[in-house]
Design a protein around this ligand. Structure first.
Ligand SMILES: [Fe+2]
Length: 293
């Protein structure tokens, strides 16, 4: 009569051992996944640049400008986390795309104006024939504003704060416009629209994509922004975790049609604290202009 009881005890003990083994392996698996995830999101993805190429139809683009190549960079954030050498590597990759011009939509530095110099030195490996153009970001203004943008201007980058420049190539003209930052500046859409030369196609830079909601009936050929870093961390089924916007992740990354305008929100090159990226790699965007058919 004792045998069955012993056997039942043995079975229960066996079940407990199996359960303990399972929990031990599950904990080990979860721990390994957590360490691998932390390593990937700090050591791999933030520095794993992706090149994204897009054809961009522009209203009234003259045939001569068909195929014009624009590199769009944003949110370099040179500082304690993002090094000059990382930006230099990215700039070399961008230069290899043979852009005709380069547009940078702000946040060159984080925290200190003195980071603007190494940032510009890194960017100087790009020598686009039509020039490099930029607008300020909120971090540039928080780091000193005029000092940062002064260094950028001294490096030969054309800073457009509520301003328009016209480039000419292949016997045709393209207007490049830039707005001041939404959070830390005074963007004047009306003033920029008034400066656009009639009959000349245009592209527009701004830092914060939320500004697109204030465009109303003002129409631009193509609008470029940054600021959002793609949310920096995108977890499947949960979404973006770091979104510097009162509109949430509405304009986190990629293309948007907003009213009469088409907007591209860049994922950024650098990053801010916490220095992690997951599911949203840093990017270099290449736009190839096309005639709108
Ligand atoms: Fe930024």
């Amino acid at each position: 009569m004792e045998k069955p009881a012993e056997s039942a005890n043995e079975q229960a003990t066996e079940r407990n051992i199996s359960r303990r083994r399972f929990l031990k392996w599950a904990a080990l698996g979860l721990g390994t996944a957590a360490v691998a995830g932390a390593g990937y999101s700090t050591l791999v993805e933030p520095w794993w640049i992706k090149i994204n190429k897009y054809d961009i139809p522009i209203p009234d683009l003259p045939p001569a400008l068909e195929g014009l190549r624009i590199v769009h960079l944003s949110d370099l954030h040179v500082g304690a986390v993002v090094s000059k050498s990382f930006i230099e590597d990215c700039a070399r990759d961008a230069a290899a795309l043979n852009p005709d011009l380069v547009c940078i939509t702000g946040d060159f530095v984080t925290r200190h104006a003195h980071f603007a110099k190494p940032c510009c030195e890194a960017l100087s490996v790009m020598k686009p024939p039509l020039g490099t153009f930029a607008v300020p970001g909120n971090h540039d203004n928080w780091a000193g504003g005029a000092a940062v943008m002064g260094t950028i201007r001294d490096a030969g980058i054309k800073v457009l704060i509520n301003d328009v420049a016209v480039v000419e190539t292949r016997g045709a003209a393209l207007a490049v416009a830039g707005l001041d930052d939404l959070w830390t500046g005074c963007p004047r859409i009306d003033r920029v629209a008034a400066k656009l030369p009639a009959g000349v196609p245009n592209i527009l830079m701004m830092h914060n994509p939320d500004l697109i909601e204030e465009f109303g009936e003002y129409r631009f050929g193509f609008v470029m922004a940054g600021h959002m870093h793609g949310g920096q961390v995108q977890i499947p089924l949960i979404g973006t975790l770091i979104v510097p916007s009162k509109l949430g992740a509405k304009y986190a990354a990629g293309f948007y049609e907003v009213g009469v305008n088409r907007l591209y929100v860049h994922k950024g090159v650098g990053l801010i604290s916490p220095p992690v990226r997951f599911g949203t790699r840093p990017e270099i965007a290449l736009f190839v202009l096309k005639q709108r058919t």
